[in-house]
Design a protein around this ligand. Sequence first.
Ligand SMILES: [Ca+2]
Ligand SMILES: [Ca+2]
Ligand SMILES: [Ca+2]
Ligand SMILES: [Ca+2]
Length: 292
Amino acid sequence: MSLASSARRTVRPGLRGGRVGLLGGVVLAAAVSIAGPEPARAIGMTPFGPGGAGGTTHAQSLEIGPGGVVFELDAFLHVGGTATQLSQAGATVSGLGFQFAATLSADATDLTLSYSFSNDTAATIDNVSFVSFLDAEIDEPLNTFFNEFATIRGTLAAGQNFEIDEPGFAFGNIFANAAANALDGTNALPPGSPDDVAMALQFSIGTLGVGETAIVEVMISEDGDSLGSFAIDHEDGDPASTTRISYSGAVRLSSPPDPVPAIPEPGAALSFGLGLCVLARALRRPRRTRSS
Ligand SMILES: [Ca+2]
Ligand SMILES: [Ca+2]
Ligand SMILES: [Ca+2]
Ligand SMILES: [Ca+2]
């Protein structure tokens, strides 16, 4: 199957490298903070697309804290060297039964994405690996999407890898590496080298026995919580931007297969409002195409 790439941001705004947008954003943010209280912190979302596809590029709204907006959320399952992009997949991926669920914590600060792959065949399936890809922006209307950086904390688990890079519209190789199951284990956008942050996490699952299920859980948090022993924190270089997006995950095997909880349905009014936001952002944003 061909790996779809999103059409987006054909041209960056002319503010790149300049100071006008950043200073304007600082002034505007200062005015906002004088005028009113701190904005509420929480994660809000509309229902995810096929395969758990999320972000404005998939016509789904996922907002993180006061300033975070997901542009693209997707994942890849790799089986025996063959990649499947989950936003393009059905209920079966490389012969494995596939289910996706999204669960918000009670205080709406942590979103857990659950990807479940069950071997319902009569033979073991070898060389299974999973890669999650997340491209979010922080306070883009105030200070652009390319003034951002990321840091890592903790220790990678056995079989885990990561990458932080520009998402492939300018110079980064993270999306191609996610599609190739070959994250490079480097942070190309540390503090002091800001750009358009995208993050990826890779989990080696190995062999899935007959009747066995692998459950990959990915957490997106706006208050620093994480799953497993390793996390990436995505932040904005503008001191007025207080949003921090934490991204982490873990994999476990279960036999017999785990039931997957149903996807929670946001209220109709919330969905409608967020849907309008998605539409408005989609209309505002210039499009460009990721080079393959
Ligand atoms: Ca939390
Ligand atoms: Ca920003
Ligand atoms: Ca890279
Ligand atoms: Ca980004």
